[in-house]
Write a protein that binds this ligand. Structure first.
Ligand code: AMP
Length: 398
């Protein structure tokens, strides 16, 4: 079965066409600068990349161009668009409405629209992508919404409620939602399978460490807690995001730097994190290089990231009253042995015996990086959010 996965932004649409029976990516690419001028990058498996700069005035034209590329007689990978059994859309926010992926209908679109205030940058673009596909694909092609927030909907109220006046939280639906849910779901399931354990019988801490980073405590198959909150700004410090800070810093900066709400929002989301701390880069490869060359602020950024990550791991072990598996994933989690080691070092008191040899130099591969005698098994599992979206889409439409 062939499934098209689309991740729509306000001026872009990233896509991958999967054969879900084999897991193979038949083609992938990105339609960028939609509404500005237009650039389609398209890479069919085993063939050369193709770039088109034909104008893309809107998402409908962009989706049509993607479909044209997929069926093109020279670089296409399918004979007809009717071969696409369904489209899986990455959608940021479902509020409190869905704990699973759903086939899109008018009610689902209404929910995505209702959640615009909770995901103002993503949800409108996600809906535009869905509607563009409805317009352009053969009538009746199922569209599936796979939500970043859905996996975390099993959290209990004590984990997701903020200590604000209750009426205000209710009025604006302010609570912890959590993000990267597709990745946490995929990696937690996969690690159980990889270790031959029953998913519903173990306590897992998933550490998704990328440009955006989040942790989840997955207790007997259910997400019990996660580090991102109402928005993806919360939790550990990230590439350009502060992570958790004393909330009083916000009015302090607004008053003393004369910043508007939007300006302080930009400062916290785009100019902070390890980039703001180091003044070097948001990329951990650049930070490691700078730290090696003696840059103290780059070293501080790395130390803070490791320290904050370790604190979250420890707190989730306490929250679940134990942990069986710690799993690292995403750009940093899959590739940076120093960071995995730094987050696990000193956790012998809670049963972690880290295996330096297994960890050193390991990149992008499923592996166990704790000693066989370790009470807690530490693993690396590469995430694959697009494949997870394709698989969830397939499961729903089959
Ligand atoms: P992601 O958001 O999952 O793509 O992760 C991006 C982050 O992963 C960046 O900070 C990169 O520095 C880091 N990263 C990606 N590949 C590597 C690598 N080979 N070695 C070290 N860090 C990496």
């Amino acid at each position: 079965m062939k499934i098209l996965v689309i991740n729509c932004g306000s001026s872009s649409a990233k896509f991958q066409l999967f054969d879900v029976d084999t897991g193979a990516v038949l083609a992938k690419g990105n339609a960028e600068r939609i509404g500005i001028d237009g650039k389609l990058t398209y890479k069919p498996a085993g063939k050369d990349e193709f770039v088109s700069t034909e104008p893309m005035p809107d998402h409908k034209v962009a989706v049509q161009m993607i479909l044209n590329a997929l069926v093109d007689k020279d670089h296409g990978v399918i004979a007809d668009v009717s071969e696409i059994a369904a489209v899986g859309h990455r959608v940021l926010h479902a509020g409190m409405h869905y704990s699973e992926s759903v086939i899109v209908n008018e009610d689902v679109k209404k929910v995505i629209r209702q959640c615009f205030p909770l995901g103002p940058l993503h949800n409108p673009a996600n809906l535009i992508g869905i509607e563009a596909c409805e317009d352009v694909l053969p009538a009746g092609t199922p569209q599936v919404a796979v939500f970043d927030t859905a996996f975390h909907q099993t959290m209990p109220p004590k984990a997701y409620t903020y200590a604000l006046p209750y009426e205000l939280s209710e009025k604006y639906s302010i609570r912890r939602y959590g993000f990267h849910g597709t990745s946490h779901r995929y990696v937690s399931h996969r690690v159980a399978e990889f270790l031959g354990k029953d998913y519903n019988d173990i306590k897992i801490i998933t550490c998704h460490l990328g440009n955006g980073s989040s942790f989840a405590a997955v207790n007997h198959g259910k997400c019990q807690d996660t580090s991102m909150g109402l928005t993806p700004l919360a939790g550990i410090c990230m590439g350009t995001r502060t992570g958790d800070i004393d909330p009083a810093i916000v009015p302090f900066l607004m008053k003393n730097e004369n910043l508007s709400a939007d300006e302080v929002d930009t400062l916290l989301n785009k100019k902070s994190g390890v980039q703001g701390l180091s003044g070097v880069s948001s990329d951990f490869r650049d930070l490691e290089k700078a730290a090696k060359e003696g840059n103290d602020r780059a070293q501080l950024a790395l130390d803070m990231f490791a320290y904050q990550g370790k604190k979250i791991i420890g707190s989730y072990a306490a929250a679940m009253e134990g942990v069986d598996v710690i799993v690292f994933t995403a750009g940093i989690g899959e590739n940076t042995d120093h960071m995995r080691k730094a987050m696990c070092e000193g956790l012998e008191f809670m049963g972690v015996e880290f295996d330096d040899e297994a960890n050193a130099g390991l990149r992008g591969k499923e592996a166990i990086i704790s000693k066989p005698s370790s009470k807690v098994t530490v693993c690396v599992i590469p995430t694959n959010e697009e494949l997870a979206i394709a698989q969830e889409t397939e499961a729903l439409v089959r």
